[in-house]
Write a protein that binds this ligand. Structure first.
Ligand code: SF4
Length: 272
């Protein structure tokens, strides 16, 4: 009998896994062919809020002097005014992004952070290689948290115009694969079992104060869906099959199938 073929390892960033299932052709364009679009205003606003909230939370981990929400907000202003790469602001002015970001940052510090007990902030994880599937998982976990009943879990900040609904419900749909990868990665770093549901911290980037909502939602069983069982292959096995078959089919029904979000759009033969 022939030995099973050894697969070359392909890196998958946690944040890209959902995209692989949404449109494999777009994933391949970005992550194999290296095609990129200019950074959007929404993405830069997300980066800015991540930066300032991380400063605020990290200062409370170290046992040193916690910085105030106002002081931590400087990181947000910096990220908006001095982005590390070009940003396509389009109809969102940087001043408007800054105003929305500062409001969400303040609400995060006042309403969300006091409810949390974080063990890690922006936890850089070791690359997790899975040779049997020919993939290696990478990513940085926003937060590792401890729940009131002593369980360990991960938390991830999500900004966006639909991050929190008008009724306060946080959008969790579609984030499961990414959270599952963070759980696998974080477990390696902290050396403790992750048993709490993954938590999504939603920060809604609405233009009006009423639409700038914050809240939390949970995803149960994210890791189990990734890993699967003996009877049912998990998402990682499906990901491996797509990548190693090289069959990067397109999905013209994807909500991101547009020149604004897909760098393959000008030449894609799958688009509608
Ligand atoms: S243009 Fe549409 S179908 Fe083609 S790769 Fe992009 S998202 Fe997928």
């Amino acid at each position: 009998m022939n030995a099973p073929e050894k697969l070359d390892l392909v890196s998958i960033r946690a944040s890209s896994l959902a995209e692989l299932f949404d449109c494999p052709a777009r994933w391949a364009a970005k992550h194999i062919d290296g095609k990129r679009l200019p950074r959007s205003a929404a993405a830069q606003l997300g980066t800015a809020v991540h930066a300032s909230t991380a400063v605020y939370d990290a200062s409370r981990l170290t046992g040193g002097r916690p910085v105030t929400a106002d002081d931590a907000a400087g990181a947000l202003v910096d990220a908006i005014r001095h982005p590390e790469e070009d940003v396509e602001w389009e109809d969102t002015k940087p001043q408007e992004a800054e105003r929305i970001g500062l409001s969400l940052h303040a609400r995060y510090c006042a309403e969300i952070a006091p409810q949390q007990k974080y063990l890690g902030v922006e936890v850089a994880c070791e690359r997790l290689e899975i040779p049997d599937l020919g993939i290696a998982l990478t990513g940085t976990t926003d937060r590792v948290r401890e729940t009131a009943d002593g369980q360990i879990g991960i938390a991830d900040l999500k900004t966006g115009g639909r991050a929190v609904g008008a009724d306060g419900t946080v959008t969790t749909a579609g984030h499961g694969p990414q959270m599952g990868v963070y759980e696998l990665l974080a477990e390696q770093v902290i050396g403790r079992a992750i048993t709490a549901p993954a938590q999504i911290v939603g920060l809604n980037t609405g233009k009006t104060a009423a639409a700038q909502r914050v809240g939390t939602g949970e995803i149960e069983g994210a890791r189990a869906a990734l890993v699967g069982t003996a009877e049912q292959p998990g998402m990682l096995e499906h990901a491996s099959r797509i990548i190693h078959s090289g069959l990067f089919f397109g999905n013209s029904k994807s909500v991101l199938c547009s020149p604004k979000f897909c760098p393959a759009h000008p030449t894609c033969r799958f688009k509608g």
